[in-house]
Unconditional design. Sequence first.
Length: 172
Amino acid sequence: MTDTRILFETRWIRVNQDGKWQYVQRPSSDFAVGILAITPDDEVVLVEQFRIPTGGRVIEIPAGLVGDEPDFEGESLEDTARRELLEETGYRAGKMEFLTRSPSTPGLAREFMNIFLATDLVRETDGGGTEGEDITVHHVPLAGLRQWLAEKQAAGVDVDARLPAALWLAGR
Protein backbone atom coordinates (compact mmCIF):
# COMPACT_ATOMS: atom_id res chain seq x y z
CA MET A 1 0.00 0.00 0.00
CA THR A 2 1.24 3.44 -0.83
CA ASP A 3 -0.72 6.65 -0.40
CA THR A 4 -4.27 5.48 0.28
CA ARG A 5 -7.13 7.94 0.11
CA ILE A 6 -10.84 7.44 0.78
CA LEU A 7 -13.06 8.13 -2.25
CA PHE A 8 -16.40 7.29 -0.62
CA GLU A 9 -17.59 5.95 2.73
CA THR A 10 -20.81 4.81 4.40
CA ARG A 11 -21.43 2.88 7.61
CA TRP A 12 -20.83 -0.44 5.85
CA ILE A 13 -18.40 0.22 3.01
CA ARG A 14 -15.47 2.40 2.04
CA VAL A 15 -13.99 2.85 -1.44
CA ASN A 16 -10.24 3.52 -1.35
CA GLN A 17 -7.71 4.51 -3.96
CA ASP A 18 -4.11 3.40 -3.58
CA GLY A 19 -2.06 4.65 -6.51
CA LYS A 20 -3.99 3.53 -9.59
CA TRP A 21 -5.92 0.80 -7.77
CA GLN A 22 -9.40 1.25 -6.30
CA TYR A 23 -10.79 -1.24 -3.83
CA VAL A 24 -13.48 -1.61 -1.18
CA GLN A 25 -13.05 -2.09 2.53
CA ARG A 26 -15.36 -2.26 5.52
CA PRO A 27 -14.85 0.64 7.94
CA SER A 28 -15.34 -1.55 11.03
CA SER A 29 -13.06 -4.53 10.28
CA ASP A 30 -11.07 -6.34 7.61
CA PHE A 31 -12.26 -9.73 8.86
CA ALA A 32 -15.25 -12.01 8.38
CA VAL A 33 -15.95 -15.56 9.49
CA GLY A 34 -17.52 -18.52 7.73
CA ILE A 35 -18.62 -21.67 9.53
CA LEU A 36 -18.88 -25.19 8.10
CA ALA A 37 -21.35 -26.71 10.56
CA ILE A 38 -21.75 -30.50 10.65
CA THR A 39 -24.47 -32.08 12.80
CA PRO A 40 -24.03 -35.33 14.76
CA ASP A 41 -26.20 -36.94 12.02
CA ASP A 42 -23.57 -35.98 9.38
CA GLU A 43 -25.66 -33.20 7.87
CA VAL A 44 -24.21 -29.90 6.77
CA VAL A 45 -26.12 -26.86 8.02
CA LEU A 46 -26.44 -24.25 5.27
CA VAL A 47 -28.16 -20.91 4.96
CA GLU A 48 -30.01 -19.49 1.98
CA GLN A 49 -30.77 -15.82 1.56
CA PHE A 50 -31.42 -13.19 -1.07
CA ARG A 51 -28.25 -11.23 -1.82
CA ILE A 52 -28.84 -7.84 -3.44
CA PRO A 53 -25.44 -7.72 -5.23
CA THR A 54 -26.12 -11.04 -7.01
CA GLY A 55 -29.78 -10.28 -7.65
CA GLY A 56 -30.86 -13.66 -6.32
CA ARG A 57 -30.80 -16.25 -3.59
CA VAL A 58 -27.49 -17.82 -2.55
CA ILE A 59 -26.69 -21.02 -0.63
CA GLU A 60 -23.85 -20.33 1.81
CA ILE A 61 -22.12 -21.54 4.91
CA PRO A 62 -23.20 -19.39 7.88
CA ALA A 63 -21.01 -16.28 7.98
CA GLY A 64 -20.69 -12.80 9.37
CA LEU A 65 -18.55 -9.75 9.91
CA VAL A 66 -16.18 -9.36 12.84
CA GLY A 67 -16.85 -6.24 14.93
CA ASP A 68 -19.71 -5.04 12.74
CA GLU A 69 -21.72 -3.63 15.66
CA PRO A 70 -20.55 -1.55 18.64
CA ASP A 71 -21.57 -4.37 21.01
CA PHE A 72 -19.12 -6.71 19.24
CA GLU A 73 -16.04 -4.49 18.96
CA GLY A 74 -12.96 -6.45 20.01
CA GLU A 75 -14.75 -9.81 19.67
CA SER A 76 -12.41 -12.66 18.71
CA LEU A 77 -12.76 -14.53 15.44
CA GLU A 78 -13.92 -17.68 17.23
CA ASP A 79 -16.46 -15.79 19.35
CA THR A 80 -17.82 -14.14 16.21
CA ALA A 81 -18.08 -17.55 14.52
CA ARG A 82 -19.97 -18.97 17.51
CA ARG A 83 -22.34 -15.97 17.65
CA GLU A 84 -23.03 -15.97 13.90
CA LEU A 85 -23.67 -19.73 13.87
CA LEU A 86 -26.21 -19.38 16.68
CA GLU A 87 -27.90 -16.31 15.14
CA GLU A 88 -28.19 -17.72 11.64
CA THR A 89 -28.82 -21.43 12.27
CA GLY A 90 -29.88 -21.78 15.90
CA TYR A 91 -26.98 -24.13 16.67
CA ARG A 92 -24.41 -23.84 19.44
CA ALA A 93 -21.09 -25.54 18.63
CA GLY A 94 -19.40 -27.78 21.19
CA LYS A 95 -16.21 -27.65 19.10
CA MET A 96 -15.00 -24.84 16.85
CA GLU A 97 -11.84 -25.51 14.84
CA PHE A 98 -10.06 -22.85 12.78
CA LEU A 99 -9.39 -24.10 9.22
CA THR A 100 -7.94 -21.19 7.25
CA ARG A 101 -7.80 -17.47 6.50
CA SER A 102 -8.11 -16.27 2.92
CA PRO A 103 -8.79 -13.01 1.09
CA SER A 104 -12.46 -12.99 0.06
CA THR A 105 -12.06 -11.23 -3.30
CA PRO A 106 -8.44 -10.05 -3.46
CA GLY A 107 -8.82 -7.96 -6.62
CA LEU A 108 -11.79 -6.04 -5.23
CA ALA A 109 -11.85 -5.96 -1.45
CA ARG A 110 -9.65 -5.79 1.61
CA GLU A 111 -11.49 -8.50 3.52
CA PHE A 112 -10.17 -11.76 4.93
CA MET A 113 -12.50 -14.73 5.44
CA ASN A 114 -11.67 -16.96 8.41
CA ILE A 115 -13.23 -20.40 8.01
CA PHE A 116 -14.09 -22.60 10.97
CA LEU A 117 -15.42 -26.14 11.34
CA ALA A 118 -18.20 -26.40 13.92
CA THR A 119 -19.08 -29.81 15.35
CA ASP A 120 -20.82 -31.26 18.41
CA LEU A 121 -23.78 -29.05 17.51
CA VAL A 122 -26.74 -28.56 19.82
CA ARG A 123 -29.92 -26.94 18.44
CA GLU A 124 -31.14 -24.08 20.64
CA THR A 125 -33.41 -22.05 18.33
CA ASP A 126 -34.75 -22.11 14.78
CA GLY A 127 -32.13 -19.58 13.65
CA GLY A 128 -32.98 -17.33 10.74
CA GLY A 129 -30.66 -14.45 11.56
CA THR A 130 -31.27 -11.11 13.17
CA GLU A 131 -33.92 -8.51 12.38
CA GLY A 132 -33.78 -7.59 8.71
CA GLU A 133 -32.24 -10.89 7.63
CA ASP A 134 -34.36 -13.39 5.71
CA ILE A 135 -32.38 -16.58 6.21
CA THR A 136 -33.65 -20.07 5.45
CA VAL A 137 -31.76 -22.85 7.25
CA HIS A 138 -31.12 -26.12 5.39
CA HIS A 139 -29.97 -29.47 6.81
CA VAL A 140 -28.46 -31.51 4.00
CA PRO A 141 -26.98 -35.00 4.42
CA LEU A 142 -23.34 -34.90 3.34
CA ALA A 143 -23.90 -38.04 1.27
CA GLY A 144 -26.49 -36.24 -0.90
CA LEU A 145 -25.02 -32.73 -0.87
CA ARG A 146 -23.68 -32.69 -4.43
CA GLN A 147 -27.08 -33.70 -5.88
CA TRP A 148 -28.96 -31.25 -3.62
CA LEU A 149 -26.69 -28.38 -4.69
CA ALA A 150 -27.08 -29.31 -8.37
CA GLU A 151 -30.87 -29.19 -7.97
CA LYS A 152 -30.66 -25.80 -6.27
CA GLN A 153 -28.44 -24.44 -9.04
CA ALA A 154 -30.78 -25.82 -11.71
CA ALA A 155 -33.57 -23.89 -9.96
CA GLY A 156 -31.54 -20.65 -10.26
CA VAL A 157 -30.03 -20.48 -6.77
CA ASP A 158 -26.33 -19.63 -6.64
CA VAL A 159 -23.87 -21.55 -4.45
CA ASP A 160 -21.07 -19.66 -2.69
CA ALA A 161 -17.64 -21.16 -3.48
CA ARG A 162 -16.69 -21.07 0.21
CA LEU A 163 -18.90 -24.14 0.75
CA PRO A 164 -16.86 -26.59 -1.38
CA ALA A 165 -13.64 -24.92 -0.17
CA ALA A 166 -14.64 -25.43 3.47
CA LEU A 167 -15.65 -29.04 2.81
CA TRP A 168 -12.27 -29.72 1.21
CA LEU A 169 -10.39 -28.03 4.07
CA ALA A 170 -12.34 -30.14 6.59
CA GLY A 171 -11.60 -33.35 4.65
CA ARG A 172 -15.27 -33.89 3.84
